[in-house]
Design a protein around this ligand. Structure first.
Ligand code: WT7
Length: 693
């Protein structure tokens, strides 16, 4: 079994380590010059800089921050009173200024900032393709925005928001497809100091409702639809459903701004809805950057936790800006004027897109690629086609995508010229060594270092990662901590674990990009991150360190599962299931999945009037429940396996024994798990009997 399965976690923090991987890959010959001159050229140089960053954080971070523009200088670099960190205290800046205006001020206004490619391809079939074909476009639609273009569009949209009454501090919800206007909307918010809350376009209307209410957001920016695999995702319909639900309540949405992208039929509310293009036409094209305090909120981003309710992670201005800028610079070795083209394949709806499509990349003045659609549309070679045509140099994706590419076959990348590639990156979950090797050989031709970056929504940017020309890599390990990151493996009492011994991954010192809170829930912030291990930030992951000092992430130790690199709370899926009338009780656990890394297994007990009469009724109910979960959360949360059962295995004190369910879900029908605390043994036998389909 590969290492992306859930680790064997006992009730305490000790984790059995099962992985032994000894292949070490030195940074490839000549890589430094290929990446435009490496900032860090050797492991020794890394160690020296790392030591300095830990011993003199003030010096290290003020140098980094000094590479960016500030309207007013900070008076102290960091103030740390657990759990609260403040960075660049008293400093004033604007993140949009540093992404856009700063490049124009240094004479680079005509350089390309964003390279955008739409999904539809003429001749490939699908409604979108036909639409473009009529417009006489051949090949996929490509838009390149220079920093001047970006400034123009951002200023106009910022003024449009102001004209709708949006003020500094007001949260703007953004629910769009991957169009350039999504980046424009995000940057416009940053420009005027209105924190954005981007909701992934794959989430459902109920997810919009929860987030809009929690953030008390009055304005939503959306699209009529979004292209996905040749079909249209009805974004505006979902927003309408959410707004209609909130209408008349204290959380009613005041304005919905709609970008026309797919030309699909939508319904229109004259009071609430406005077209993006009409608003922007009437807006002035100059909009000064708000001078933001370093600790003013930049954005909220909702992520799953171990309870049912997603938490709004708060990121602020100065620290997040410096951290994403510096991690982008060192980890991808971004160098301007070296024909570099950076592509992160994530959606801006996730933190990866925030930090490594927009905020970290633009200040480095290397063009950032944004692709609208699916990796296998119209053919499984779409990503490689994009790499070839845009001459992508740094490519950043997720293990789940790599496993899908492996499955689709190497002929797809082999049909393309991938020689522009210099650095490959991965993020989201532990990468299994098979996938790492495939990435290394088939995509990187053994010439591209792989940076396996461990981080989280909460950390803002890379925490543990190789540097491309300095760090020897080992398939499956995210290697060494980034500058300033004091990472350790500890037990529950905060004692450092010996080498090769699993434990909890914790961070001892504050770093600039760390979350500043959970919106509206101070206690949950303290409980989640600063309570389990005294005096440290606890990430929620189990990990170990090997003799070289390399970190190995072993997966979550809480009730959070990582599906295709996206975090889902098992409780969220459980509440979605029990909100269906047929389901009385549900327990959700992760199970190994070939492509997703972790799949979702659900065990449900049903009400007396909902017992399926036969196999085909059971199958029908399963698909109904899958659809129901998609409605409640989004398609990513659909269970891969649903088993119906008379009862769930519980301890005498009534706790569901998830460990047992996990082992059943992963195919351990023989039962090698310890069941001494199980209350009713017949439950287990029945669970094993009721196999799906
Ligand atoms: C969780 C964070 C950070 C952007 C994507 C996910 C897992 C992330 C790695 C990696 C092993 C990883 C962890 C972490 N994770 N990157 N390189 N190796 N595990 O963000 O939704 O906040 O999830 O993803 O379990 O805690 P997220």
């Amino acid at each position: 079994m590969s290492n992306h399965a859930e680790p064997a976690v006992t009730e305490s923090a000790s984790i059995e380590s099962v992985l032994h991987e000894n292949r070490v890959f030195q940074p490839p010959e000549g890589v430094s010059s290929r990446i435009g001159g490496a900032y860090v050229k050797s492991l020794d140089q890394y160690h020296a800089l790392y030591k300095r960053s830990i011993e003199d954080p003030d010096g290290f971070w003020s140098e980094a921050a000094g590479e960016l523009h500030w309207f007013a200088p900070w008076s102290s670099v960091v103030e740390w009173k657990l759990p609260d960190a403040k960075w660049f205290v008293g400093g004033q800046t604007n993140v949009c200024y540093n992404c856009v205006d700063r490049q124009i001020a240094s004479g680079h206004g005509d350089d390309v900032a964003i390279v955008w490619e739409g999904e539809p391809v003429p001749g490939a079939g699908g409604a979108g393709a036909a639409l473009q074909y009529e417009a006489g476009i051949s090949g996929p639609e490509v838009r390149k925005l220079t920093y001047n273009d970006l400034k123009h569009d951002v200023c106009k949209f910022a003024n449009a928001l102001k004209n709708l009454g949006v003020r500094k501090g007001d949260v703007v919800t953004i629910y769009m497809g991957m169009v350039p206007e999504l980046a424009v909307a995000v940057l416009a918010c940053a420009r005027i100091g209105a924190p954005h809350s981007v909701i992934f376009g794959g989430f459902s209307s109920s997810a919009i409702v929860d987030r809009v209410v929690d953030a008390d957001s009055k304005v939503i920016v959306t699209c009529d639809g979004a292209w996905r695999r040749g079909a249209i995702v009805p974004l505006k319909d979902n927003v309408d459903a959410a707004c209609n639900e909130l209408q008349g309540s204290a959380n009613a949405v005041r304005n919905v701004i709609v970008l026309k992208r797919c030309n699909n039929n939508i319904s229109w509310n004259d009071v609430r809805d406005t077209w993006w293009h009409e608003l922007v036409d009437n807006a002035a094209d100059d909009c000064p950057c708000e001078h933001m305090d370093s600790e003013d909120m930049l954005f909220l981003l909702y992520t799953s936790g171990s309870t049912g309710k997603p938490k709004g992670i708060v990121h602020t201005t100065g620290g997040y800006m410096v951290f994403t800028y510096l991690t982008s610079k060192y980890v991808f070795n971004l160098v301007p004027d070296q024909q570099q083209v950076f592509w992160c394949t994530a959606d801006v709806g996730w933190v990866t897109g925030h930090s490594y499509i927009i905020y970290g990349i633009l200040p480095n003045r290397v063009p950032t690629v944004m692709y609208e659609g699916a990796p296998n549309y119209p053919q499984p070679d779409r990503f490689w086609d994009i790499v070839e045509r845009h001459k992508v140099t740094q490519f950043y994706t997720a293990p789940t995508a790599i496993r899908a590419f492996m499955k689709w076959g190497r002929e797809h990348p082999d049909n393309h010229d991938l020689s522009s590639l210099k650095v490959l990156g991965t993020v989201g979950e532990p990468i299994n060594p098979e996938a790492w090797m495939w990435y290394h050989e088939v995509i990187g031709s053994e010439k591209c270092p792989i940076v396996d970056t461990w981080w989280q929504t909460e950390t803002g940017g890379h925490m543990i990662t190789p540097l491309p020309a300095a760090t020897p890599t080992v398939p499956g390990s995210c290697t060494l901590p980034f500058f300033g990151i004091d990472a350790v493996i500890v037990d529950d009492n905060g004692n450092e674990q010996p080498v090769e011994t699993g434990g909890l991954l914790a961070i001892r010192k504050p770093w600039p990009g760390m979350l500043r809170g959970i919106h509206g829930d101070r206690q949950r912030f303290i409980d989640t991150y600063f309570s389990r291990i005294k005096g440290m930030y606890f990430a929620g992951d189990g990990a170990k360190r090997d003799a070289r000092g390399n970190f190995w992430i072993m997966g979550r130790v809480d009730d959070v599962i990582n599906v295709s690199g996206h975090r889902l709370g098992t409780m969220e899926v459980e509440s979605a299931l029990v909100s269906h009338e047929a389901v009385v009780e549900a327990a959700v656990v992760g199970m190994p999945h070939e492509i997703k890394g972790t799949g979702i297994a659900a065990f449900c007990t049903l009400g007396p009037n909902h017992q399926p009469a036969d196999k085909s009724n059971a199958e029908k109910l399963r698909s109904t429940l899958r659809e129901h979960v998609a409605q409640e959360i989004g398609a990513i949360a659909k269970p891969d396996m649903i088993r119906f059962t008379d009862a769930l295995p519980k301890t005498r004190s009534g706790k569901i024994m998830r460990r047992l369910l996990r082992s059943i879900a992963s195919g351990d029908e023989q039962g090698t798990q310890d069941t001494t605390t199980l209350e009713d043994f017949t439950v287990l036998a029945k669970l094993r009997e009721d196999k799906e389909g």
